[in-house]
Design a protein around this ligand. Structure first.
Ligand SMILES: [Zn+2]
Ligand SMILES: [Zn+2]
Length: 341
């Protein structure tokens, strides 16, 4: 893995810029205490108002809950006596198909530069137009190996852990209320674990040995989401996602939905296009561009630790919103004109 961070004609020294980051993250312990307070308050708020919120949503859910239960009962009958197979179907096959299905579409756009109604939403306009085939092949190889030889065995381990806690494939689906609360918990846990493990991987020694590989892409594409050194893949990509359902002893349906949501969300974060009506990928795209900003998933901990200060002064921050029209944000909020030399 020798591609330098000078790819795409832009030479940056991530370790050199890190000094600034460490200075603004100075009172780390203070920030951790602040983070614990805010996250604790969030959990209390959910506990206090969660019931009435989900009661309304449950009413909206209504009869479709029966539809999903009927579907699940049919699946249970089809897989009778093969809980393990049913678990892998939900937590390996379905999330993998979701990931590759979405990325196949993105790869068509990245490799052909068409259709233009998608490419006009590219965030870093002069990059990946089209993507470097050799670099992409290398990324695809690594992503496939990570999936087959790391994610796969870890999901096997997760099945055995969850079976110790109970029956992840029980015949009764969790209530809508329960599934929603669990997804909220998984998201909070992911933000905490991803932020700190990711920031740890930016320490100069660890960065050089492990995380630099992921940052070879200063302008990422969808599959780069899991293009990482095996150790980083385990600690930063998998652990923050798989630990939540193990802690709560979740049903396989919730676990499967969560894995799919996590894979879709990280693919969108890396895809390089800010498309209408989809979550904004500007935050993590900025991390790839600048290295020492925007370490988290939702940005809560970056705000607390001040690791989004430069991002908040940037054009990308102005564009970091849900695009509800068809005009690309790099047109409605253009870059400042470059100063003449
Ligand atoms: Zn990334
Ligand atoms: Zn990073």
């Amino acid at each position: 893995m020798t591609v330098e961070t000078s790819v795409n004609g832009k030479s940056r020294d991530p370790s050199g810029a890190r000094g600034e980051q460490e200075s603004n993250g100075g009172g780390l312990w203070d920030s951790v205490k602040k983070a614990a307070f805010i996250i604790g308050s969030g959990i209390l708020f959910l506990a206090a108002f969660g019931n009435s919120l989900t009661w309304h949503l449950q009413r909206f859910w209504g009869a479709s809950g029966d539809f999903w239960q009927d579907l699940w009962t049919k699946l249970c009958v089809a897989f009778e006596g093969h809980d393990e197979a049913l678990f892998y179907f939900g937590t390996m096959l379905l999330p993998s198909l979701t990931f590759w299905g979405l990325n196949a579409l993105l790869l068509v756009v990245d490799t052909t530069g068409k259709p233009s109604f998608i490419t006009r939403y590219r965030i870093q306009l002069d990059k990946n137009n089209p993507v470097d085939p050799a670099k992409l092949r290398q990324a695809l190889k690594c992503v496939t190996l990570n999936q087959l030889f790391i994610s796969g065995p870890i999901v096997v381990g997760v099945y055995h852990l969850m079976s110790l806690r109970g029956a992840p494939c029980s015949p009764e689906l969790p209530t809508f209320h329960r599934a929603l609360m669990e997804l909220a918990f998984f998201s909070i846990l992911e933000e905490i674990m991803f932020y700190y493990s990711h920031r740890l991987f930016h320490q100069p020694n660890l960065y050089k040995r492990f995380h630099k590989q992921h940052h070879e892409w200063t302008a990422p594409v969808g599959v780069v989401a899991t293009y990482a050194h095996p150790l980083e893949h385990v600690l930063s990509n998998l652990l923050p996602v798989v630990i939540g359902p193990v802690i709560l002893g979740s049903h396989v349906s919730t676990t499967s939905m969560w894995y799919c949501v996590a894979l879709i969300s990280t693919t969108i974060s890396h895809c390089g296009y800010h498309l209408p009506f989809l979550p904004s990928p500007e935050f993590h795209d900025f991390h790839h561009l600048r290295f020492n900003q925007c370490y988290g998933v939702f940005g809560v901990l970056d705000r607390l630790h001040g690791t989004d200060d430069k991002f908040r002064q940037s054009k990308q921050y102005e564009r970091h919103t849900l695009l509800t029209g068809l005009t690309p944000l790099n047109e409605s909020i253009p870059d400042a004109p470059k100063k003449a030399l």
